[in-house]
Design a protein around this ligand. Sequence first.
Ligand code: UT7
Length: 332
Amino acid sequence: MNKIRAAITAIGGYVPEYRLTNQILETMVETTDEWITSRTGVKERRILKGEGLGTSDMAVEAVNQLLEKRGISADEIDLLICCTVTPDLVFPATANIITDKVGAKNAFGFDLMAACSGFLYGVTTASKYIESGSYKKVVVVGGDKMSSIVDYEDRQTCIIFGDGCGAVLLEPTEEEIGIMDCIMKSDGSGRVHLHQKAGGSVKPASHATVDAKEHFVYQEGQAVFKFAVTNMADVSAEIMERNNLTSDDIRYLVPHQANKRIIDATARRMGLGSEKVMLNIEKYGNTTSGTIPLCLWEWEKELKKGDNLILSAFGGGFTWGSIYLKWAYDAK
Ligand code: UT7
């Protein structure tokens, strides 16, 4: 019997309507469109507006879209993994909320937190469930409502982050396509540079934590940048070498969209021209777990069965990694 691999067989995405442009940010903090564009590549980001809406509401749109594209019903889903740092609630898992809202009655689900590498960790985990032979339809959601934890008075962070969500369906195949290799890494000592100070068990929410703005993203931008540039490029080169891939073999790099300068450095290290790099940071900014599935969603129509893609990310934790996959279908 041939080896069972996991292949992405459908993809859905959702970004909210509201556009927070650099021009609007110029009126909120001391910054300029020129600075943001040249230092990050972001022009605008989407923000989920509306009382009572959370990450699950974006995920429901993305999941329903992929079910429709694949022509299956929600009760065929076996497992749903939700990768996010902005769950609807501290508990229960947002995966449970999504499965309830879409009507995935036969699925179990859990949340997976690996910050900006969340989607890659999720796809890696999902692929193992599929390869075991026990699970046939696994949905991986990557999405964040970053606006819920961003301080719009902090010009270092509010210029980067946005809201959005993507979702993929993974199914078994015995063809030489799908998830070919995964390299995932983490280094918890990096947590000092990027975290949320309060709201967890070490420092539960209190008046004092709210007053001290400790429920927002804390990021030492330069330190994170330094680690991101090196590690994202290194792991992307490592997965190419391990699979004997040259730049000519690769159709697209699908990078986490944190900063265009990090993406450019990774592409340079892999020997790829900009025509082989998926880039939509100018429209959506950094949607944390959402960036990579949103790229795949936008580029789906251009992808052909057998195309070699390298997915790479770096984020809070620190976490980072790369996935090598062969795209499994021609878009309709
Ligand atoms: O998602 C995964 C994890 N996150 C990342 O990968 C993010 C990695 N880090 C970055 O992308 C960048 O570090 C930032 C975009 C956050 C900041 O860019 P930078 O080039 O590292 O800026 P910097 O912090 O070195 O600041 C340079 C200067 C400073 O002024 P002085 O001290 O040189 O006078 C800052 O105060 O730019 C100033 N600055 C700004 N000026 C205008 C910082 N933010 C802004 C701003 N507008 N928004």
